[in-house]
Structure formats: structure tokens, C-alpha cells
Ligand binder design. Structure first.
Ligand SMILES: Nc1ncnc2c1ncn2[C@@H]1O[C@H](COP(=O)(O)OP(=O)(O)OP(=O)(O)O)[C@@H](O)[C@H]1O
Length: 228
């Protein structure tokens, strides 16, 4: 599904953020991307989303050479991913329902499909009773569940999560992880960058560790491996 072959990224200030990274992520995998601050995790995700381009190497996603995408094809390519961030990024002037629906309106889904799918997603994340509330009326965990529902609305094959539990207390974080586990078991591939040691250690999923731009560990049923 995702194949990085000898990928390097050198930023304009000559900082080597990734060096000769080769890794394959298969359909259905649940992968934690770990490593110290500044190790290159965000760079890896940005390359995957084609927000930045590699200095050398090749990135293949679903048989597509990401470097060969034309400017016009990039938005469509990005929409094939679901993305969840640490800070939720919900639209504050839209209700829970509208936030999820909006993701589908962008891809011009029919209003019938939108209604059906948004209700399905609300039920999946356990927020059917909060559909008409605004983000500021929700707890952090609820907001993250809305963000998750929105990311999944268009049925992406791959869900990218950048520190999705970073702003949540441990118990709420667990609720999100259980949800992610269910989503993964139903077939969605998940790539999650995180510093959450407890979460990684308990989940026993594949762990890819990056340090100073190099993959130093790739472990099935792995552990976090750092003390922070
Ligand atoms: N646009 C840029 N220009 C120059 N250097 C950059 C740029 N973006 C990132 N870097 C550097 O590249 C390195 C890797 O950064 P990256 O954001 O990928 O780390 P990270 O592993 O995601 O860190 P964190 O866990 O703190 O989010 C860091 O040393 C960072 O300072």
C-alpha cells in the first residue's frame, strides 16, 4: 500500500530530516511511528501527503508514484487519506453534524449519501445525541471523536493520525484508541505518529522508530522504547 524506497529529505537549510528511508506498510496494518522530537516523523507524513517532495528516492502509494502526480491530481490524492490531528481542527461555526457533512460536500457526495453516512459515523463514534452541538460545547475527547468521524466519512483506506491523543487525558485517550482499533479491524490501515508511551506499549502493534532521520527499529507487536 505504501512503499518508501531510499527516501531522503534535505530541507533548504541543509538539514537532513530523513536519510535513505525504505519501508513498506501493508493494507490493514496498524503502525505507530515513534521517535524523539525532531526525528523526522512529521517529515515522513508530509512526504506521504505530498505536502513536501523528497530530495531523492521513491514513494509509491496504492501503485501510484507520488512524485509523478500532477498539481491537479494532488488534492484528489490527499482526499484519499483520512487525517486526524492533535488539535482536532474542527470548524467552530458548524455543528458536529455539519463538520462531518462538510468533508463529504467537498467531494460532492449526494445529500442522501451524506445524511446516511454522517448518521452512521456519528453512531460509530457514539455521538448521535450531540449532532446539533457546536465544537465548543464538547469535551476534548468528544471533539476528537468528531474529527475521527469526519476523517472516516469518505471511507479512506488509510487513516493518518498525528498525535491524536496528545491533548487528551489518559482515559479519554483510551476511548479514542479503542475506536481506532475497531476501525483498523474493519479494514482501514492506520499510521499514527505519537509520543504516547502507555498507548503504544499496551496496543502491541507494529512500531517503526525513527531517530535522526533513520529508521532504527521496525517491530511487530512492538513497544515505545523511550522514556519520555
Ligand atoms: N521546513 C523545514 N526547514 C528546515 N528544517 C526543518 C523543516 N521542517 C522540519 N525541519 C527539521 O527536520 C527535523 C525533523 O523534523 P520533523 O518535524 O519531521 O520531526 P518530528 O519527528 O515530527 O518531531 P516532533 O515529534 O517534535 O513533531 C527537525 O530537526 C526539524 O527542525
Amino acid at each position: 500500500m505504501i512503499k518508501f524506497s531510499n527516501v531522503s529529505k534535505v530541507y533548504k537549510n541543509n538539514h537532513i530530516a530523513l536519510s535513505n528511508v525504505s519501508v513498506t506498510i501493508n493494507r490493514g496494518d496498524f503502525v505507530f511511528l515513534v521517535g524523539p522530537s525532531g526525528a523526522g516523523k512529521s517529515t515522513f507524513i508530509k512526504l506521504l501527503l505530498r505536502e513536501i517532495e523528497p530530495t531523492s528516492g521513491e514513494i509509491i502509494v496504492n501503485n501510484v508514484d507520488v512524485q509523478k502526480l500532477t498539481r491537479k491530481q494532488i488534492p484528489m490524492y490527499r482526499r484519499s487519506f483520512g487525517i486526524v490531528f492533535q488539535d482536532f481542527r474542527l470548524l467552530s461555526d458548524k455543528t458536529v453534524y455539519e463538520n462531518i457533512a462538510f468533508a463529504m460536500q467537498i467531494v460532492e457526495a449526494s445529500s442522501r449519501d451524506i445524511k446516511k453516512r454522517v448518521n452512521q459515523m456519528l453512531s460509530l463514534v457514539g455521538l448521535s445525541n450531540k449532532a446539533n452541538m457546536y465544537p465548543h460545547q464538547l469535551s476534548g475527547g468528544e471533539q476528537q471523536r468528531v474529527a475521527l468521524a469526519r476523517a472516516l466519512a469518505n471511507n479512506p483506506k488509510l487513516l493518518i493520525c498525528d498525535e491524536p491523543t496528545g491533548n487528551l487525558d489518559p482515559e479519554t485517550a483510551w476511548g479514542i484508541m479503542e475506536l481506532l482499533n475497531d476501525i483498523n479491524l474493519s479494514g482501514t490501515t492506520i499510521l499514527m505518529a505519537t509520543h504516547a508511551k502507555d498507548v503504544v506499549d499496551k496496543m502491541k502493534k507494529r512500531v517503526i522508530a525513527i531517530e535522526k532521520g533513520v529508521i532504527v527499529r521496525d517491530q511487530q507487536r512492538g513497544v515505545y522504547g523511550y522514556e519520555d
